[in-house]
Design a protein around this ligand. Structure first.
Ligand SMILES: [Zn+2]
Length: 289
């Protein structure tokens, strides 16, 4: 993937406007359990990781990538199941996760999401309103299909104000949505209702549902396990306390950035969330609470 600017990626992630050209990008599927898949974008940025449950009782898709790649996404899913998708679960409102909702409601899918996510998408001028969630929940909702229980639970004020994670309880697989970026600094969308404290609490809530055998599909990054998520939350807790010590000492934002309190975590930096961006996000979240 070629290097793209922070602002471009930010625009892409939040609005779902895409850079990737159709034809270059595709979804690579991994069957984690019979009929249960993780799909990862390859050849460019297709969006966050997807989950797909197939079987005779119905098809459940978790997230669906960027709007302009919808035809490619539909075709990728048709390779795994000849049946149309019955339910789409949105982990949150960002365009790289919910961008292709309308391509699935068109063929009869019902979109299921947190109450706040529906509110966010109704207000989003870029979003194709034919893909609005028709079924919303406040705390949790469970699907009982194909011999699986998919327990969908809300994580308040974490990556956004409408996040959900999903646990397939019988097979010990979790989709964490963007409350988990594996091996890189997370994007915490403060303007979309997220917060650093809520993000940490959300990660801890997912950890509480995991054991050493749990496979965790992160919103972005490779398939993970409990230790990967533990290391992500440990990093964020320590990063928060390093910034907080400077805030408590009365340092200004510029002084905090100059002090570079996250220098030990440079290996978590990436194009979109550099150490400076992460420091800035933590500073902002701590000083507006
Ligand atoms: Zn996101």
């Amino acid at each position: 993937m070629k290097k793209i600017s922070l602002l471009t990626i930010l625009a892409m992630v939040v609005s779902g406007a895409a850079l990737a050209q159709e034809g270059e990008v595709s979804w690579k599927s991994t069957e984690l359990e019979p009929g249960l898949y993780m799909l990862e974008g390859v050849g460019g940025f297709a969006g966050g990781n997807l989950g797909l449950l197939t079987g005779d009782d119905g098809i459940v898709l978790i997230d669906n990538g960027l709007s302009n790649l919808a035809a490619m996404t539909v075709a990728s899913i048709e390779k795994l199941t000849s049946d149309p998708v019955n339910f789409v679960i949105n982990t949150h409102a960002h365009g790289d996760h919910a961008g292709a909702n309308a391509a699935f409601t068109k063929t009869g899918a019902t979109v299921v999401a947190h109450d706040n996510l529906r509110r966010a998408l109704l207000a989003d001028k870029e979003f194709d309103q034919r893909g609005i969630p028709e079924l919303t929940f406040n705390d949790s909702v469970s699907f009982h299909l194909n011999g699986h229980t998919a327990y969908v639970f809300h994580l308040p004020s974490a990556h956004t104000d409408g996040d959900a994670a999903i646990k397939f309880t019988e097979v010990n697989v979790i989709h964490g949505g963007d409350v988990f970026f594996n091996k890189v600094y997370p994007f915490i969308d403060l303007d979309g209702g997220g917060s650093v404290d809520g993000f940490i609490a959300g990660q801890q809530a997912i950890l509480a549902k995991a054991d050493d055998n749990t496979r965790i599909i992160p919103g972005h990054g490779p398939l993970a396990n409990k230790a990967d998520l533990q290391s992500a939350v440990n990093m964020l807790i320590d990063a928060r306390s390093r910034v907080k010590a400077l805030v408590d000492a009365g340092k200004s934002k510029d002084e905090v950035l100059t002090a570079n309190p996250l220098s030990a975590y440079e290996n978590w930096s990436w194009d979109f969330i550099t150490t400076e961006v992460m420091t800035n996000t933590i500073y902002r979240s701590l000083t507006t609470e």
